[in-house]
Design a protein around this ligand. Structure first.
Ligand code: GTP
Ligand code: K
Ligand code: MG
Length: 444
């Protein structure tokens, strides 16, 4: 028989109320023993919890009869006073009667195993609990509501139809498959493949919302990168000194910009150097720059641009810093040379934080545009991307083979379908499930 598990569903530590969740075949038996009766399912009941004549606490008790519960099993919630002593006493009793403390993600895993959720929805619960920004909350909620599941089911259904058509043609009585029918099936595969391909490309915003949009601050030593980092975050987390080469490690911080959560990186100034420590810092700075979703180059506008050589790409931000030390004409001349490169250019004096507000505002509208959830992304985690790319490859193979060997093509379509099964979590091996659920916190 399956173990009955329990865990604190609310946060650890002293609290007005703590919620203990219990799930499994013994759940009702334990509640009955503690409360003296079993409450009507789904109705909150207030009463004394006692054990062997001893009053433990007065609590609000809720029970849910499986399968109509979160896990699909008999479940109970005890809303007790959030004191260490009350919890310890209850845990002790639970252990005595054979209940077991849940491991991380075990409630969600049971819900998944009992078909209450598919894997994408279970992932959404973890995301919702971790959500810090408004966009993360919305994305997780939509995914929990089946946002990914429905999309995957639609594509899976399309593949099933395609497979049926191919199999019908394989069984075609004539030796020769009619060209028109064959073309139609290939056309269906092409359409689906381009739809999935487009979704993969559009979906980086799903990852950017979940993990945070990555912004890297780059430039020569002493340009004012750390000053900008501090000004944007309103902290003094990064050391600022007149010594070139002050910042060595990448400094990372979360920043909330409008409804979005971003990760901002201050980096070591880029230059040629023999210093081993500094060159490692520069190597890391370059990697951050490559991986970033947005690059902010900072230059010292009182020095010639040619000495600073920011490696500008279209879409980058360029901050002409130290505006207090350069004539407006010089800054205008710099801007003139950069016209047409598709940059967002700002002027700042970071000693007074002048111009920082403009950068913040621009970042906000940039993120708004880059991450707006007008359509739900088709992937929010690397796992989803990997599977979708595999599916895309299977379809490419299917098109390559075509009706030269229809049996092989059918096999590629089946492979693509099993990719979707893995996305729902229907065929994934135990290890993958272990990995996914162990990243949950206990009580979920
Ligand atoms: N006058 C003036 N000085 C500035 C401005 N911004 C930064 N500074 C000064 O320039 C120096 C270097 O600033 P940092 O922020 O440390 O520069 P950095 O790019 O992080 O430098 P590294 O970490 O060494 O690569 C410090 O002394 C700052 O006070 C500015 O707008 N005007
Ligand atoms: K410096
Ligand atoms: Mg610095």
């Amino acid at each position: 028989m399956k173990h009955t598990i329990f865990a604190l569903a609310s946060a650890q530590g002293r609290a007005g109320v703590s919620v203990i969740r219990i799930s499994g075949p013994q759940a009702f038996e334990v509640v009955t023993a503690l409360l003296g009766r079993l409450p009507k399912p789904r109705f909150a009941t207030y009463g004394a919890l006692t054990w062997q004549g001893d009053l433990i606490d007065k609590a609000l008790v809720l029970v849910f009869k499986g399968p109509n519960s979160f896990t699909g099993e008999d479940c109970a919630e005890l809303h007790v006073h959030g004191s260490r002593a009350v919890l310890d006493r209850l845990y002790h009793i639970f252990n005595e009667v054979g209940l077991r403390h849940a491991v991380a993600g075990e409630f969600s895993r049971r819900a998944f195993e009992n078909n209450k959720l598919d894997l994408t929805q279970a992932e959404a619960i973890a995301d919702l609990v971790d959500a810090e920004s408004e966009a993360q909350r919305q994305q997780a909620l939509t995914q929990l509501d089946g946002g990914l599941k429905v999309q995957y089911q639609t594509w899976h259904g399309d593949l099933l139809k395609i497979l049926a058509h191919i199999e019908a043609l394989i069984d075609f009585p004539d030796e020769d498959i009619p060209q028109q029918l064959a073309d139609q099936v290939l056309g269906e595969i092409i359409t689906l493949k381009s739809e999935i391909g487009r979704a993969i490309n559009d979906s980086c915003k799903g990852r950017q919302i979940r993990e945070g949009f990555r912004i890297a601050i780059l430039g020569k030593p002493n340009a004012g990168k750390s000053s900008l980092f501090n000004a944007l975050l309103q902290t003094d987390a990064a050391i600022v000194t007149p010594i070139a080469g002050t910042t060595r490690d990448v400094i990372e911080s979360h920043i909330h910009i409008g409804a979005y959560s971003a990760l901002i990186y201050d980096t070591a100034g880029l230059r040629e150097t023999d210093d081993v420590v500094e060159s490692e810092g520069i190597r890391r700075a370059r990697i951050r720059g490559e991986q970033a979703d947005l690059r902010i180059w900072v230059i010292d506008s009182s020095e010639p641009l040619s000495d600073q050589q920011p490696e500008l790409q279209s879409g980058d931000y360029l901050v002409l810093n130290k505006a207090d030390r350069s004539p407006a004409a010089t800054r205008d001349a710099i801007k003139q040379t950069l016209v047409g490169l598709g940059l967002n250019i700002f002027e700042t004096d970071l000693t007074t934080e002048q111009g920082v507000k403009d950068i913040r505002q621009s970042l906000e509208s940039h993120l708004e545009q880059a991450l707006s959830l007008s359509s739900f992304p088709a992937a929010t985690r690397e796992r989803h991307f990997e599977r979708l790319r595999d599916i895309d490859l299977s379809l490419e193979r299917a098109l390559g083979v075509g009706f030269q060997v229809p049996e092989l093509m059918a096999e590629d379509i089946r492979q693509a379908m099993s990719g979707f099964d893995a996305l729902y979590g229907r065929t994934d091996v135990e290890q993958v499930l272990d990995h996914i659920f162990s990243n949950f916190c206990i009580g979920k």
